[in-house]
Write a protein that binds this ligand. Structure first.
Ligand code: KG4
Ligand code: ZN
Length: 343
């Protein structure tokens, strides 16, 4: 059993406290506590996020160990106490400083007390590598469209440790475009999943919004937000019930506009690089319409494609664990002096 690499990973970069256990590259638990406290403020309040992480981290880690034990038992494998940790991993950047610090200090204390290595993981690299979790991972090289609340990137992955950002947003992230549009429609934070839900009964071609012209493989979403704002103001002036009466069609049309922007650039990236294996990652890849259109586009272009399971799309520690596993194999450990950073 001494050969096995067992990693406990912590993710606390934003408003989800998560812990996961990974043994030899397989995920045995992935526990996520989402913070409800931010809903009433219409966005994440950093100070409240740090406090909630402090409250959640011990119960979340205990639950991750318990669930790993149950899964090991079901797989007929020895229990957790027969798998000494090989390393403790945590998210060191990017994210909210106070939130990152909670996970970092917890991980450092644990690694110090067990006298085992520490592995600092980059959150965006982890989103990309969430595609390596499970049975049929994509083969390298692949392109990954990473779409979250804070980032929108097209990444070329040549190996787990060799990732290159080919393009990214010059203003808002795709998740922000969802959340800000939802806010204009009077929906609570985070609005992305609600737009997804209402759009299911709507017509995506009913309303058209201006498409941004951004050079190369970069993205822009702030113009779309403005165009939606002006559109809603104009319609509401003529009919004050416009939003209530047309919510599904508006949501479907907004979603269609965002997805069009994303997939056009992904197609351009495939064309430019010649790489025909494509992946999705990040919170917005939980969006059902993006997933559907992504699969259609991949099918039409004869690309190989991969999308992580839902639980690995939004922020989670399993993606930190799988990334740490590859860092472990490469001997890429971190010093206890490593600091967290927002960017
Ligand atoms: O990756 P993530 O959990 O956190 C960050 O690292 O930012 O992404 C969160 C973002 C939020 O903007 C949220 O509205 C969006 O992902 N999101 C969705 C859906 N589920 C989550 N957006 C659209 N449709 C969804 N189903
Ligand atoms: Zn994220």
């Amino acid at each position: 059993m001494g050969e096995l690499v067992t990693i406990l990973a912590i993710e606390s970069s934003c408003d989800d406290t998560s812990a996961a256990v990974c043994i030899n590259g397989s995920i045995f638990s992935n526990v996520i506590a989402s913070q409800k406290v931010h809903e009433q403020y219409g966005g994440v309040v950093p100070e409240l996020a740090s406090r909630a992480h402090i409250q959640n981290i011990v119960p979340v880690v205990s639950e991750a160990l318990k669930q790993a034990d149950e899964n090991l038992q079901q797989s007929g494998l020895p229990p957790m106490h027969e798998h000494p940790f090989s390393a403790i991993a945590y998210t060191s950047s990017p994210g909210l400083i106070g939130s990152l610090l909670v996970g970092a200090q917890f991980a450092k204390s644990l690694a110090l007390s067990y006298n085992i290595p520490l592995i600092a993981v980059h959150h965006m690299q982890a989103h990309v590598l969430s595609n390596l979790i499970g049975e049929n991972p994509p083969s390298f090289p692949f392109l990954c469209l990473t779409v979250s609340g804070g980032h929108t990137q097209i990444v070329r992955a040549d190996s787990p440790s060799s990732l290159h950002v080919l393009g990214q947003t010059i203003d808002d992230a795709a998740g922000e475009a969802f959340d800000k549009s939802a806010k204009l429609l009077g929906l609570p934070y985070p609005g992305g999943p609600l737009i997804d839900k209402h759009a299911k009964d709507g017509d995506p071609f009913r309303f058209r919004f201006a498409e941004p012209k951004v050079p190369e493989l970069n993205f822009s979403f702030s113009g779309l937000k403005t165009s939606i704002l002006y559109f809603l103001e104009k319609q509401q002036a003529a009919d004050s019930n416009f939003i209530q009466e047309n919510l599904p069609d508006i949501c479907a049309s907004v979603q269609n506009a965002i997805v069009n922007i994303l997939l056009k650039k992904l197609e351009a990236a495939v064309h430019e690089t010649g790489i025909k294996t494509v992946c999705l990652a990040g919170g917005v890849s939980a969006n059902s319409y993006l997933r559907k259109r992504f699969m259609e586009t991949a099918g039409r272009n004869k690309w190989n494609y991969h999308i992580p399971e839902f639980q690995y799309c939004t922020d989670n520690a399993a993606m930190i664990a799988i990334t740490a596993y590859h860092q472990f194999l490469e001997g890429n450990f971190s010093s206890f002096e490593t600091t967290v950073s927002a960017r």
